[in-house]
Design a protein around this ligand. Structure first.
Ligand code: PGU
Length: 466
């Protein structure tokens, strides 16, 4: 804690005590934290050399300039990992954050990532600053991976692609663009959604509202509600859509439903804004998981897409992703890109190179690219296996007749269990299963060996806690 020097003039030394007492009352001081100096010359900083014939004193007080700052609550997702680390129980299980683990529940660095890093060392690549928009080779492959290399939007140079600090940083750049160039426009977000979406738009001062998405009665998509809320929104709103593997519900629209969603967005002159954090992780196929975005692009719509390589390449801490803005002309794309760079420059200047080179090396090399696809299928396959085993365990153990088949219908990393906050608390407090309070569990953090234990925890929480 910084110490603040408070200078006071006082006629007698005894007066200093009352000053000290007053200060004690106003601040949270311990007994040893006030030092009182009596000094005829140093009393008033502006009169350091002068003496006025009376005793002046300086009180050093341990009072922080940050006293008015309250403790922030823990993050609803990343805070779960902190709590998990503090738990010493051997049975503990971290199903909070969406991060892939091996069957041994260890973090996994993809083989293709290690190979791409070796390539970087062999080539002796340097650490010079990147341009503000990021690594050109990365920006090229990331747009191609998303839209398909032969997509007209790429051939016609209608995509403004800027490397971002993973999915979050890319969303945040887009949010800043919206705030600057579409003042008053609101962003529609699904209810529920990934917890950080609201933070991102709040921080960027972009108004948002929610559209219906999840129907707890059917444990499925509330498609009618979604369509009518998008229709009811003011013209020209941004509609945030999860490209695939909706977080937290694991429920995606069907291809026919995507067409209808595109219809209403077009009718209302809204602007689709995709968050693609799980390309390849939903179905195991990079192309299939990009089909929603490609469907909108094929209609000639302008749209925004934030991408992340945290999950599909396991590059969580490299913070590598991109924001893509598809515009109706190459000229508009060039202008949008220049403004995205202008937003990035005072915030972080330019992005980091390591993750960008990994992605460029993997996607740009046909052999590594194929190896990546195989590894991604392996990861997606492991998650599907634990999903099945969890369903089997729940169905075998739960004698109440409850239908747990919704778990098999959900896709991607997560299962939205329907457990409420009190039940989720029971999962953690009694069973040492760490999860988010909205009832979401990350199946990517579950092993086959732990499925039975998890099923016991869920059944107990579901039936014995209201
Ligand atoms: N968008 C969605 C839908 C996400 O689920 C996530 C990550 C991101 C964007 C951003 O991820 P980046 O790492 O910035 O690329 N959600 C995970 C990770 C933990 C978190 O909250 O950041 C999750 O567990 O929901």
């Amino acid at each position: 804690m910084a110490s603040t020097m408070i200078s006071l003039a006082s006629a007698t030394p005894s007066a200093s005590l009352s000053v000290q007492e007053t200060l004690k009352g106003k601040t949270r001081l311990g007994s040893g934290s006030v030092s009182t100096l009596f000094n005829k010359e140093k009393g008033n900083p502006s009169n350091k050399k002068k003496s006025f014939g009376r005793i002046s004193m300086t009180v050093a007080v341990n009072v922080s300039r940050f006293e008015g700052i309250a403790m922030a609550p823990p993050d609803p997702i990343l805070g779960v990992s902190e709590a998990f680390r503090a738990d010493i129980d051997v049975k503990k299980l971290n199903l909070g954050v969406g991060a892939y683990r091996t069957e041994e529940l260890q973090p996994y660095v993809l083989d293709v990532v290690k190979k791409a890093e070796n390539l970087m060392l062999e080539r002796g690549e340097n650490k010079e600053y990147l341009p503000i928009e990021g690594l050109a080779a990365f920006n090229k492959v990331t747009a191609e991976l998303l839209f398909g290399a032969d997509n007209p939007v790429i051939e016609q140079q209608r995509v403004a692609t800027v490397q971002g600090l993973s999915g979050t940083g890319s969303l945040r750049l887009a949010a800043a663009l919206i705030e600057r160039y579409f003042p008053g426009a609101q962003v529609l977000i699904s209810s529920p959604t990934w917890g950080n979406h609201k933070n991102i738009f709040n921080d960027a001062r972009v108004p948002w509202s929610e559209y219906r998405y999840y129907d707890p009665k059917t444990v499925g998509l509330d498609f009618e509600g979604m369509i009518s809320d998008i229709k009811a929104a003011p013209e020209g709103s941004f509609v945030l859509l999860h490209g695939c593997a909706h977080n937290p519900t694991g429920i995606d629209p069907t291809p026919e439903q995507w067409e209808k969603i595109a219809d209403v967005i077009q009718e209302k002159n809204h602007i689709p804004f995709f968050d693609v954090a799980y390309q390849g992780f939903a179905s195991g196929s990079l192309d299939a998981d990009a089909s929603s975005v490609r469907l909108f692009a094929a209609r000639g719509m302008e749209l925004l897409v934030a991408q992340s390589y945290s999950k599909n390449l396991g590059l969580y801490a490299e913070r590598i992703g991109a924001i893509n803005v598809v515009c109706s002309s190459a000229d508009a794309a060039a202008r949008v890109k220049s403004q995205l760079k202008r937003i990035a420059r005072p915030m972080y200047s330019n992005p980091s190179v390591h993750g960008a080179r990994i992605v460029a090396n993997v996607v740009g090399d046909p052999a590594l690219f194929n190896e990546w696809k195989a590894e991604m299928e392996m990861m997606a396959g492991r998650i599907k296996n634990v999903r099945q085993k969890l369903f089997d365990s729940l169905s075998a153990k739960d004698k109440s007749g409850k239908d747990w088949s919704f778990i098999l219908k959900q896709i991607g990393m997560f299962s939205f269990t329907g457990l409420n906050k009190a039940q989720s608390d029971n999962m953690t407090n009694k069973w040492h299963v760490y999860m988010t309070k909205d009832g979401r569990i990350s199946l990517a953090g579950l092993s086959l060996a732990k499925c039975e234990y998890l099923a016991d925890a869920i059944i107990d929480s579901y039936h014995n806690v209201s």
